[in-house]
Ligand binder design. Structure first.
Ligand code: 5GP
Length: 125
């Protein structure tokens, strides 16, 4: 079910538990600002989620409240993960769902990184 991105951050969301090490993940990359791990239900040969370490509900929350170093660190981490996975030359797709129309189901900002095959149309009709 889609989350309401206007609600306050819920520290019991599943990605907060992953960040605290309460739930395992298949980690791809980690630094001071971000954690990247494989999606539990991949929709492409490579489907990685990159999340900021700070408590942000969505892209809206993050872009509005995060500090400059958090934003720079997160954006750089996403780029680093794509390079680490060898996706720059073949290409890849980034996606951040926000709220009901975006289909966001986890209330901690995450950027989906898809790759490993041609990804087709950007949005299905
Ligand atoms: P959203 O629809 O919120 O943009 O995407 C949430 C994503 O999180 C989905 O692709 C879903 O498969 C993934 N996901 C949900 N729970 C878990 C989990 O416990 N571990 C991992 N690795 N991914 C999860």
């Amino acid at each position: 079910m889609a989350i309401d991105p206007t609600l306050p951050y819920d520290p019991q969301n599943i990605f907060a538990k992953i960040l605290r090490g309460e739930i395992p993940c298949k980690r791809v990359y980690e630094d001071d600002h971000a954690l990247a791990f494989h999606d539990i239900a991949p929709q492409a040969p490579i489907h990685v989620l990159v999340i900021p370490k700070g408590a942000y509900v969505s892209w809206d929350d993050f872009s509005g409240r995060a500090g400059e170093s958090e934003i720079a660190g997160f954006v750089r981490a996403v780029g680093h993960v794509a390079r680490q996975l060898g996706l720059v030359s073949p290409g890849y797709r980034l996606l951040a769902n926000v709220g009901r129309h975006g289909g966001q189901e986890v209330a901690h900002l995450h950027v989906h990184l898809f790759g490993g095959r041609p990804l087709g149309r950007m949005i299905s009709p």
